[in-house]
Design a protein around this ligand. Structure first.
Ligand code: CUA
Length: 173
């Protein structure tokens, strides 16, 4: 089969570029542990979210585990996050668990690495330790309290732009 010299060159160029891009994906995924949003997702019945022991209205918010770490349970719904305000001390291991009763939402807290999708039918879990200095750079300060938004970053409908809650980060005690 005849392949033009110029064409052969470009076949090589494209093959090498493809190999570099795939290599980058595998390298970041395996060597640097860069993974899709929320490494841990568990199925949940979204239509009965308010009846589940974990996501019932009176169970939401910040809870302290026996080891001192925190568990924050949040419902993302059109158009808001509940509870609408959480206070978290910096420098403490914290695990967020999110679920949605309606459509796909996104979720980001500026100054932290909390950034995930909340998919209907699944619980999204993110564990982190919030760094006070990083949050301070983007926060609205009130004394030593750093207020940052927790906002939706996946288009979820007409009220998407109004979908946010407040996170107050306290200095490590
Ligand atoms: Cu929820 Cu955009």
């Amino acid at each position: 089969m005849h392949v033009d010299a110029l064409e052969r060159t470009w076949i090589w160029v494209v093959s090498i570029l493809t190999a570099i891009m795939l290599g980058t994906i595998f390298y970041t995924a395996y060597a640097l542990s860069v993974n899709p949003p929320s490494k841990k997702i568990q199925p949940i019945d979204s239509t009965r979210l308010h009846l589940t022991p974990e996501f019932a209205e009176d169970r939401l918010g910040v809870k302290k585990n026996p080891d001192g770490s925190l568990l924050v349970t949040v419902v993302a719904t059109r158009y808001g996050f509940f509870p609408q305000h959480v206070q978290i001390p910096a420098g403490t291991p914290v695990t967020f668990r999110f679920a949605t009763p309606d459509v796909l939402h996104g979720l980001h807290i500026p100054g932290t690495n909390v950034d995930t999708m909340v998919i209907p039918g699944y619980i999204s879990e993110v564990s982190t330790v919030i760094d006070y200095d990083s949050v301070k750079k983007v926060a609205r300060m009130e004394g030593d309290k750093a207020h940052v938004p927790l906002f939706c970053n996946e288009y979820c409908g007409l009220g998407h732009h109004f979908m946010w809650s407040r996170v107050t980060v306290l200095p490590k005690t």
